[in-house]
Design a protein around this ligand. Structure first.
Ligand code: HEM
Ligand code: HEM
Length: 178
């Protein structure tokens, strides 16, 4: 019997939440380095990096909205842990949710404020509530960039916690999401 089968249904995330966790994790782990690379690649491919970074990142926004809806309407798995650990996990998970919305929204508003509406994978132009606004464009960019580093820090804490549970404690935390 596999370790995931040993977990009771109420100790695992619902199937849709597990799928969304890995879809979004994969997208974010691709979008983040692509965003950083924009500043380093040669001019002839820069626009391609912008396009792929922005289009993948924008997908994260819609998947996160779906995830929040799913999370609010399905039973969260039970956690058997000391109160302080529970609070730490809830805080990091909650902040990850917040920054996974803040990131795509700030990037989207920044690119529109700079006067470059998002052409999603070159297929269509996404409607934006703001047009070219040079007075706020750089503030939005700075906000997007700072948020990216905060998100990286949160992910580092998240990943360290998973490794701690799996390798040091050898408990079944990882299987809750598999
Ligand atoms: C999960 C979603 C996203 C993540 C994790 C992310 C991450 C990043 C990172 C790490 C950078 C480089 C920061 C630096 O140089 O210090 C960046 C830059 C950038 N991102 Fe994103 N991004 C996301 C979504 C988006 C979206 C949806 C758009 C636009 C539609 C966007 C537009 C930009 C732009 C234009 C830059 C260049 C710097 C700037 O002018 O702000 N990003 N992003
Ligand atoms: C790359 C390897 C990753 C592993 C091994 C992993 C593992 C896990 C595990 C085991 C849980 C369940 C924790 C618990 O039940 O207390 C979880 C939840 C979560 N993970 Fe990850 N994760 C990874 C990547 C990511 C990434 C890249 C993000 C976002 C940037 C992320 C965001 C979240 C969030 C927000 C939750 C809480 C879900 C909820 O309560 O609805 N994870 N992850």
């Amino acid at each position: 019997m596999s370790s995931t089968q040993n977990l009771a249904a109420d100790q695992r995330y619902a199937g849709r939440l597990r799928l969304l966790h890995w879809l979004i994790a994969g997208l974010v782990l691709a979008t983040w380095p692509l965003g950083l690379m924009i500043g380093f690649v040669k001019d002839d491919v820069k626009l391609d990096f912008y396009l792929i970074h922005e289009s993948l990142g924008f997908l994260v926004l819609w998947l996160m909205l779906l995830r929040i809806g799913t999370r609010l309407t399905s039973q969260a798995p039970l956690v058997d842990a000391p109160p302080l650990e529970k609070a730490a996990a809830t805080a990091v998970h909650g902040l990850l949710y917040v920054f996974l919305i803040v990131m795509p929204v700030s990037g989207f508003l920044a690119t529109n404020a700079h006067g470059f509406p998002l052409q999603w994978f070159g297929l269509f132009t996404v409607w934006s509530p703001i047009g070219k606004s040079p007075d706020i464009a750089f503030a939005l960019s700075a906000f997007h960039e700072w948020s990216a580093w905060i998100l990286l820090g949160l992910f580092a804490l998240h990943f360290a916690a998973v490794i701690f549970h799996h390798v040091v404690r050898r408990d079944r935390t990882l299987y809750r999401i598999l």
